[in-house]
Design a protein around this ligand. Structure first.
Ligand code: ATP
Length: 225
């Protein structure tokens, strides 16, 4: 097991938003963390990335406790992409890629679309191009675990498919992915397993196929949020 999370609680200003969460991620898996607005998905990622200190629970990575801030975790092979994409909008695409821990050529091999945009300021790229930049930069470093927040936010389904396919391919070559999404179906189609969060607790879990097949229950979990 790559990552195991037991009894994780975390929140803001002393009020827990997620409560007693249990999760595990095996090597090379894509795991989706779904749920309605405000369910605690981002909070879970922040706690796993080391941005937010948990109030209780244990997070073990390769059998040892996962501690410390984001940069320390990234040295252990854990990478995090925020909802904003974690890119520097005033820097060029190329400068952003150079800031990554992987090779620029590897990022461009994953997303050749970025090649003609290398000299452009990242802030001037389209939403989809910015996500490709963030994903290409992270994946080029070949992390063991990638935590991704709301990949599809505001993007056309075709671009989302392109990004999800890249994540699936990365998982198939050894990078485990935990992906947070509000919109379930596209992500589930590339996920090995999925969990649905509701009001800070796990409301449903299953394989990607099981969750896709139980769309009625899924909808109920969202509607009763
Ligand atoms: P969304 O799709 O809206 O991002 P989410 O499932 O990711 O939903 P979170 O962002 O984890 O949800 O937020 C869960 C709860 O925590 C919400 O009620 C939110 O208002 C609250 N919250 C989030 N960030 C903070 C913060 N910095 N300070 C205080 N409360 C916060």
């Amino acid at each position: 097991m790559l990552l195991s999370v037991e009894g994780l609680s975390a929140g803001y200003s002393g009020a827990d938003v997620i409560r007693s969460l249990d999760l595990r991620i095996d090597e090379g898996e894509v795991v989706a963390l779904l749920g309605p607005n405000g369910a605690g998905k981002t909070t879970t990622l922040l706690a796993l990335a080391g941005v937010l200190a948990p109030t209780s629970g244990t997070v073990r990575y390769r059998g040892a406790p996962l501690r410390g801030a984001l940069h320390r975790r990234s040295r252990r092979g854990v990478s995090y992409i925020s909802e904003q994409g974690s890119i520097f909008s005033r820097l060029t695409t190329l400068a952003n890629l150079k800031l990554g821990a992987g090779r620029v050529e590897d990022a461009l091999a994953l997303f050749p679309e970025l090649e003609p945009l290398l000299k452009r300021r990242a802030g001037l790229l389209s939403g989809g191009e910015q996500r490709m930049l963030a994903l290409g930069r992270s994946l080029a470093a070949k992390p063991d675990l990638l935590l991704v927040d709301e990949l599809s936010l505001g993007l056309a389904p075709l671009i989302v498919t392109r990004l999800l396919d890249a994540l699936r391919a990365a998982a198939d070559t050894g990078t485990a992915v935990l992906i947070v999404e509000q919109h379930a179906s596209q992500v589930l189609s590339v996920s090995d397993r999925g969990h649905v969060l509701r009001r800070g607790r796990l409301a449903m879990s299953g394989t990607g196929a099981e969750l896709l097949a139980s769309s009625g229950e899924l909808q109920a979990a969202y509607l009763s949020a």
